[in-house]
Design a protein around this ligand. Structure first.
Ligand code: PLP
Length: 474
């Protein structure tokens, strides 16, 4: 029996193999299927193995990874992945993740990871510059937009005057009904936040949208007014910049004026489209993000960072500290003037997320990031033009960024397009997702992976046409 970690020699030789494999994976990605259909039962059977009592050679584990895990993945890093919002584990991001794992520092307090905490502040300041958010705002990196929005909703709730939620909580007292507002097209993470905080799904008011899927401010105003008349307590509005289905953009300034007037917390979910702010011609489409009391933007969506990293920024000074700060005896340490991130979130142990963002922004530069986002928008518009000029297809929403909602015209369009999606994804050539727009099945073609080029979008269009024609004539 030996103790301790694997030897340095073993680590070095395995590390070389792993990095060689990753390089080949990227080199050959174009030739492998984006996804391989396999039933959950079959997959569970293939991966099932007994709890290992004896140590196994790393070579064997690596072989199993290559032979039993990789072939049954949906490859998000694939250039022909066009579903949901595609993301990217870019080279610099992967290098940074590897280094962060090697250091394994814990950013709960400044003193537990000084330069890592300082770097988190540095990248948050960069993000503020990138999306034009006030420099004196506060912020934190979270694992994703869903938790970021949950934390924002919690902070907003704690800011409601006269409640003393911190000490008294929500139960066992007579309180008004808390109300949250968002458009019908906002992401379900806001519903989850309301669910988690005990607000209840019935109290998430879904404000109707206009013909371009943007929240209608006059309906927001009317809902708030009606709720106040009923004695409810409105406290939180979420506007979205880049909704999940169509990437529509809510009218931020009008919504912000309503929130100011009504003294409501405005949260802006710009998790997908927020970084489009760095592209001058897209900046007006994004709008003025600085109106948000809290803002979420996701480097793990459209900024080439591997999962998981999201930036949560807010303006009300101390709001998150007042909500989450709690320092037990075993975490007290001398004041060193640094930020103790554990006091801004319910999370204690935190990984070194800032490193990948630092690496990605530095290695591509603002210029490189800008050009890449621009190219994705160009590719999506190329695809939208093909849809628009083909009489057998129709586009179902505007394309402000890099996502196209479309369908094939048919006598039974929902059935036809559902079948088309299944057929397309079964080919393994491309991967698309769908949504429903006013009850109509819409296929979503989203460009966001750093490896996607013109030829991949052209291949995708050819395949979509072929499969659609196959169904129509089959
Ligand atoms: N908000 C929007 C608009 C989204 O599209 C998504 C996911 O696609 C989310 C929030 C949730 O993001 P995350 O997966 O980072 O929690």
């Amino acid at each position: 029996m030996t103790f301790g970690d694997i030897s340095i020699e073993q680590f070095r030789s395995q590390g070389e193999q792993v990095f060689n494999w990753i390089s080949e994976y990227f080199q050959n990605l174009d030739d492998i299927p984006v996804t391989t259909p396999v039933s959950p039962q079959e997959l569970r059977k293939r991966l099932k193995c007994a709890l290992p009592e004896k140590a196994e050679p790393l070579e064997m584990i690596f072989r199993d990874f290559k032979e039993r895990v990789v072939p049954y993945l949906t490859h998000w890093n694939h250039p022909r992945f066009f579903a949901y919002f595609p993301n990217t584990g870019s080279g610099p991001g992967i290098l940074a993740e590897t280094l962060a794992a090697a250091l394994n520092v814990n950013l709960m307090k400044w003193s537990t990871a000084p330069s890592a905490c300082a770097l988190e502040e540095v990248v948050l300041d960069w993000v503020k510059q990138m999306v034009d958010y006030p420099f004196d705002s506060e912020g934190i990196l979270t694992n994703g937009a869903s938790l970021g929005s949950l934390f924002a909703m919690a902070a907003a709730l704690h800011q409601v005057p006269g409640l003393d939620l911190r000490n008294k909580g929500l139960s066992g007292r007579s309180l008004p009904v808390f109300r949250v507002y968002q458009s019908e097209e906002a992401h379900s993470s806001l519903d989850r936040a309301a669910l988690t905080l005990g607000i209840g799904l019935d109290n998430v008011v879904k404000v109707p949208v206009d013909t371009e899927y943007r929240l209608r401010p006059q309906h927001l105003e009317a809902s708030i007014r009606k709720d106040r008349e009923r004695g409810h307590l409105p406290f939180f509005v979420c506007a979205t910049v880049g909704t999940t289905s169509t990437t529509s953009v809510d009218p931020l300034e009008t919504i912000a004026a309503i929130c100011r007037q009504e003294k409501l917390w405005l949260h802006v979910d710009a998790s997908y489209a927020g970084f489009a702010k760095i592209v001058p011609e897209l900046s007006p489409v994004v709008g003025d993000l600085s109106v948000a009391d809290s803002l979420i933007v996701n480097p793990h969506k459209w900024l080439f960072n591997p999962m998981e990293i999201s930036c949560l920024l807010w303006k009300p000074k101390g709001a998150f500290t007042q909500t989450f700060s709690l320092v037990p005896e075993y975490l007290r340490s001398p004041e060193d003037g640094g930020t103790d991130f554990m006091n801004l979130t319910p999370q204690l142990g935190r990984s070194f997320r800032a490193l990948k963002l630092w690496y990605v922004i530095r290695s591509f530069g603002m210029e490189g990031l800008r050009e890449r986002l621009r190219e994705h928008v160009r590719l999506a518009r190329w695809f939208a033009d093909r849809v628009d000029e083909d009489p057998s297809f129709e586009r179902l929403a505007p394309v402000p960024f890099s996502t196209v909602c479309f369908r094939v015209r048919s006598r039974d369009p929902n059935q036809f397009n559902t079948r088309l999606l299944q057929n397309l994804n079964r080919t393994g050539e491309i991967f698309l997702s769908d949504t429903k727009l006013r009850g109509n099945v819409a296929l979503r073609f989203s460009v966001g992976n750093i490896r996607t080029e013109q030829k991949h979008v052209e291949d995708a269009w050819r395949l979509i046409k072929r499969e659609a024609s196959g169904i129509a004539h089959g």
